[in-house]
Design a protein around this ligand. Structure first.
Ligand code: ADP
Ligand code: MG
Length: 356
């Protein structure tokens, strides 16, 4: 187990800033997911931690030791990529042991480690096969095994499941999480998939344009997104947003409708001005048209999702989603009232896009 500290990591490629001063403290044994859209700099950050890329400035501290100038092999960590990068001509056994052979490890140690990791990942029956004779999920397991025999202290993963089909991805996600619980190693896992982030992470770092916008427990990221970007990126369907004006008395005005924000807990202090109100689909109640404190809305269409349903309404000049029970969805009127649960809402400054 090891801890990792990143201090003001900056990186640019050909004059283009890719990482703008990333700070992060990852605790021993923590499972941290770096989540963000394609191109935001996730892989670059992981490569900088691994030493595969140099940063322009900043420090990488592992277990209190500055490793910024060290070669990848001297940093005591292992990395698993999206492409398995197994040697096709070698058996699974050889793929697992090769790195240790090159490093000149004693034979008995190599044998023990291969046996340990094969048992851990349940690939014992595959040891004499070649990668071409394995399924995608099995190959990825071998790739993870190869990383674990190198180092079980720190493992870096770069979108390791994105080549797997949906079912296998869900299964492997659970297995990886269980592996983390068994090994209690420090894991840094990069993905653009919010489900992976929400289900696996102890903490999620949401990245946007080379910056960490929020680094917190997945539930806090969902419930109290720190910025408009985080609010819009995490959650499906996306959070409903309304642009408007917050007045000095804490009333949010949008499209001629006044919404009381009482019940909303401001992060700092209430700042009047142009703002964005965000409400998730499960925090909106459907009531009778014209009911007190409700906002008029008309039903556009319903999506039945099996366990529940989504109602899509035209309201305040926007198309917005409301989570419904299947029964409620079947008996909806064309015109209804909607009530927002302000205790669960989010309000952002339109200027800074930060949570108010
Ligand atoms: N070696 C490189 N040379 C030039 N630009 C690069 C290089 N590697 C990455 N980039 C650019 O840096 C940005 C971030 O890339 P990357 O870290 O791979 O993003 P992510 O993993 O989040 O999708 C992208 O715009 C990409 O084109
Ligand atoms: Mg990437």
């Amino acid at each position: 187990m090891s801890s990792i500290s990143l201090n003001q990591i900056k990186k640019s490629f050909a004059g283009l800033t890719i990482l703008q001063s990333v700070d992060m403290d990852i605790e021993k044994g923590e499972f941290v997911v770096i989540l963000g859209p394609s191109g935001c700099g996730k892989s670059t950050l992981l490569n900088v931690i691994a030493g595969l890329d140099d940063c322009d400035s900043g420090q990488i501290i592992i277990d209190g030791k500055d490793v910024s100038g060290l070669e990848p092999s001297q940093r005591g960590l292992a990395m698993v990529f999206q492409s398995y990068a197994l040697f096709p001509a070698m058996t699974v056994r050889r793929n697992l042991s090769f790195g240790m052979e090159i490093a000149g490890k004693p034979k008995p140690e190599i044998k023990n480690k291969v046996a340990w990791v094969a048992k851990l990942l349940q690939i014992e029956a595959l040891l004499d096969r070649k990668p071409g004779q394995l399924s995608g999920g099995q190959r990825q397991r071998v790739a993870i095994g190869r990383a674990l025999v190198r180092s079980s202290n720190i493992c870096l993963f770069d979108e390791p499941l994105s080549n797997l089909d949906a079912k296998l991805r869900a299964e492997t996600r659970v297995e990886l999480k269980q592996l983390h619980e068994t090994l209690k190693s420090t894991m840094v896992y990069v993905t653009h998939d919010q489900i992976e982030a929400m289900t696996m992470a102890d903490r999620v770092a949401v990245m946007h344009k080379g910056k960490v916008e929020q680094f917190a427990h997945p539930q806090s990221i969902y419930e109290k997104p720190a910025s408009l970007f985080v609010a819009g990126f995490v959650g499906s369907p996306a959070m409903n947003f309304f642009h408007g004006e917050l007045d000095g008395a804490g009333v949010f005005k949008t499209a001629d409708v006044a919404i009381e924000t009482s019940g909303y807990i401001f992060e700092n202090k209430m700042t009047p001005g142009a703002s964005v109100l965000g409400v998730r689909c499960e925090d909106i109640a459907v009531v009778d048209a014209g009911a007190p404190d409700s906002i008029p809305a008309s039903l556009a269409f319903v999506e039945l999702l099996g366990a529940d349903a989504l109602g899509w309404f035209d309201c305040l000049g926007k198309r917005l989603s409301v989570k419904l029970s299947v029964d409620a969805a079947r008996s909806l009127s064309e015109t209804v009232g909607l009530r927002f649960n302000m205790t669960k809402a989010s309000i952002f400054s339109a200027a800074t896009e930060q949570r108010l």
